[in-house]
Design a protein. Structure first.
Length: 447
């Protein structure tokens, strides 16, 4: 996200200005032009908030350097002069881009803040402490900007959402909401728990799926190199002297010739489907398709599904305050799952049923068709007894325990399967090599 500021003039000569947070400069310019056309404004200037490097001195002290984000150079100069500094130089940063902080840094920030809030420390004091101790420059600079905006009286939700590219959309929303809530420590604690679970699940998912795929791909390349290059050099030497080849050696040589003669086609056949699927997955329709049918993947699909329900229930528990105010927590919890199909079914099926037809929460969730029978049964009991909030927490804890245990078993099973695949491939290569080693040329007498 980038921040733009525009200056415009009304037809009566009155100057107006405003700020926009957008994904790109072109998108912001388009929005500003639409606003100008709607209100008959003449746009004078559009400025992008950038980072400026400055060098300053105070009295006879040694010059110090630093950086500050502003819309133009003069803003930085004026701000430093007001603080009593002599400005030596101010220059725009040449490469003004920020790497997103690692997830671990964000989790650590949220968790430490939650612990300090429980100790009744003021939020502004906590932010100041963390700014001084943080090592990640992007997160440190972001917290500085947030702290400055909050001190000026800016809305906390708007301020945090401005930096959703740093924290993530859900985390930024929760942290912004916490400052306006009556229980800031609880929301920070719940957010930290959510982020830890998300990080742990992604780590285990990489171990269960990504690592084995990379292992098999490297094994495939190694076998391809052996069959396509090393093996033919030996086998064709026998053919040169008109020595008959054994069955496995002959079949492997035929396969090798096919690969080498059709290398371009084979490469396209392997890479094209992967690229096409990846491109399809980046589209809105593709993301929806993948998120819908990933629940049907054997073994892993059930784990992903239950983890989505766990996240939904945990966030819903944190935000839910009563039946009369259940719509917004349901919407936010659906977004927090990160699954576009789950989110679509909740927003387009469950919530409209609750608003327009007045159906109960359990009936609406059942119509959405994204919850397990167990979850629906527990929500039904919670709705009847008036303990829907505690029921959501119980479901979250239950599915957390189940998915953690089952995922460990799945990782162990996949590791065994990968080891067996590698063993089978190595045995096959050994047999072909051993058979090739048994080939002997005809003796001159037999010829």
């Amino acid at each position: 996200m980038i921040e733009l500021r525009f200056t415009a003039q009304k037809t009566n000569g009155q100057a107006v200005s405003g700020n926009f947070n957008v994904e790109s400069f072109s998108e912001g310019k388009k929005k500003i032009n639409q606003l100008a056309q709607k209100h008959q404004l003449k746009v004078k200037k559009i400025e992008k908030k950038s980072t400026f490097l400055y060098k300053i001195r105070k009295g006879n002290e040694k010059p110090v350097t630093g950086e500050q984000r502003a819309f133009n150079k003069q803003e930085v100069v004026n701000a430093l002069n007001k603080l009593g500094y002599q400005v030596i130089s101010v220059n725009k940063k040449l490469f003004d881009f920020q790497m997103k902080p690692p997830q671990q840094a964000i989790v650590s920030f949220v968790k430490i803040t939650a612990e300090l809030l429980e100790q009744k420390l003021p939020f502004s004091e906590i932010i100041t402490l963390l700014i001084n101790d943080l090592e990640n420059k992007t997160l440190k600079e972001t917290l500085k900007q947030i702290n400055n905006d909050l001190k000026k009286g800016a809305d906390s939700e708007t301020t945090f959402m401005r930096y959703q590219n740093v924290f993530g959309k859900f985390t930024a929303y929760m942290l912004g909401l916490a400052s306006k809530s009556g229980n800031m420590a609880e929301i920070y604690k719940a957010t930290a728990k959510f982020l830890e679970r998300q990080m742990e699940f992604n780590k285990n998912l990489r171990s269960a799926l990504i690592t084995p795929v990379i292992t098999l791909f490297i094994l495939f390349l190694a076998v391809l190199f052996y069959v396509g290059y090393i093996f033919p050099e030996t086998a064709k030497l026998f053919l040169k002297f008109d020595i008959p080849l054994p069955p496995m050696t002959a079949a492997t040589l035929v396969f090798s010739d096919f690969l080498m003669n059709n290398m371009i086609l084979v490469t396209i056949a392997i890479i094209a489907p992967v690229v096409a699927f990846w491109r399809f997955g980046t589209t809105k329709k593709g993301r929806l398709f993948i998120d819908k049918y990933q629940y049907k993947i054997p073994i892993m699909g059930s784990l992903i599904h239950k983890t989505n329900i766990e996240v939904f229930c945990r966030v819903f528990y944190t935000l839910y305050t009563g039946a009369a105010e259940s719509i917004e927590p349901i919407r936010i919890a659906a977004e927090a799952t990160g699954n576009s199909y789950f989110e679509k079914q909740i927003k387009q099926v469950a919530i409209p049923l609750m608003i327009k037809k007045g159906v109960g929460l359990t009936e609406a969730f059942e119509a959405a068709n994204v919850f397990t029978d167990t979850a629906i049964s527990r929500f039904h009991s919670g709705e009847e007894t008036g303990t829907i909030k505690n029921t959501a927490l119980q479901l979250a804890n239950y599915y957390e325990s189940e998915t953690v245990f089952r995922l460990k078993n799945v990782i162990e099973l996949i590791q065994v399967v990968i080891a067996m695949v590698i063993m089978i491939v190595m045995i096959a290569l050994t047999l072909v090599s051993a058979e090739t080693a048994t080939i002997s040329p005809k003796s001159p007498m037999s010829t």
